[in-house]
Ligand binder design. Sequence first.
Ligand code: PAF
Length: 284
Amino acid sequence: MEIISDIISLRQARRRWQVEAKSIGFVPTMGNLHHGHLRLVREAREKSDIVVVSIFVNPLQFGPDEDLAAYPRTMEHDLAALEAMGVDIVFSPRTEDIYPRGLEQQTFVEVPGISYMICGASRPGHFRGVATIVCKLFNMVQPNHAFFGEKDYQQLQVIRAMVTDLSMNLHVHGVPTVREADGLAMSSRNNYLTTPERETAPTLYRVLTDMADAIHLGRRDYSRLIQEQKQRLAEAGFKIDYLEVRAADTLLHPGHEDLRLVVLVAAFLGKARLIDNIQIQLEE
Ligand code: PAF
């Protein structure tokens, strides 16, 4: 496994693979890798000749109240895990190389509409930061395939929209969420949970599966269903950011014609802001 930190060396490697007609699979990450990330790497390994993983904690996607400095950095552990997975290249650039003109003047990519709702409403500018860094990384790596976790469902939809809108020449793959045995979605944020909070955390997924079951059984009074489940979460100790039933592709409020739905939740448990979702396919 080669570790590359500068863009010129990455481009040289990219040219080599092009000559050899190799397909490139790309997994962008912010490090602090867990089994969810490794599942993305496994998918990339299966679908491409060369696997590139980036590790870059992107300042542009952090809000002013979000602690960029405290974001967990575990490079040694991450590199060992990626090496064991047969990754070819780890791209780990410096912030100055990624944003050479500084953050204030950085040209950005904004995917309107879908970036402003749900998580985007709670975290203004977040998806602009994500779309911008992912676009830049795509320009550097020029992958044929890119892999994103479905846990960050809205992020995946924002990236799909960007790829369509900007006519980018690659396949975006959504990879199912990896869960702990009790259902909690794997996330770097789980590290912030205290022992009692960790015991409470799986309630989030139980709420999602109960809502999915109720919808499958015919419930369509979404507002009432949401209110009931919000109360359950609040009683368990969560501070709810949102709990929503949306159309799976557009993330708009669903109409009768929408058969693919997604239930999305974000809630604080102590310091940790946990997000999760469940997709629902209705019968015609
Ligand atoms: O999902 C993440 O870890 C980040 O948002 C991403 C896609 C690596 C962009 O910084």
